[in-house]
Design a protein around this ligand. Structure first.
Ligand code: FES
Length: 104
């Protein structure tokens, strides 16, 4: 199947250091992060239990879960501290003509 693009937001609606939960039909909830000008897209649901990581805290490259404080590296999705062990999936993001797209 051909990759399909879905517009997520305009580049200038998400400031550096900000993140937002986004819903794409047929996908698990996604987390879009403006990482100092680089857009990153990961699963939004924590791999430990049930929490939206968009409500957590971003400190540089480290994203902490709001529920039990486990953390992930937003560049790789890898779990960085307990109780999180399983990595978050990362997704392809494309920036073009001022828009941010998910491609999947
Ligand atoms: Fe995220 Fe427990 S649900 S650390």
């Amino acid at each position: 199947a051909m990759a399909e693009r879905t517009a997520l937001c305009q580049v200038d609606t998400l400031e550096p250091g900000e993140m937002v939960r986004v819903e794409v039909a047929g996908e698990d909830p996604l987390l879009l992060i403006n990482d100092a000008g680089v857009f990153r897209l990961l699963d939004d649901d924590c791999t430990h239990a049930i929490a939206s990581l968009s409500e957590g805290r971003l400190d540089g490259n480290i994203l902490s879960c709001p529920l039990h404080g486990g953390s992930f590296d937003i560049r790789t999705g890898k779990a960085k501290s307990l109780p999180c062990k399983q990595a978050l999936r990362t997704h392809k993001v494309i920036v073009e003509s001022g828009m941010v797209y998910f491609e999947g």
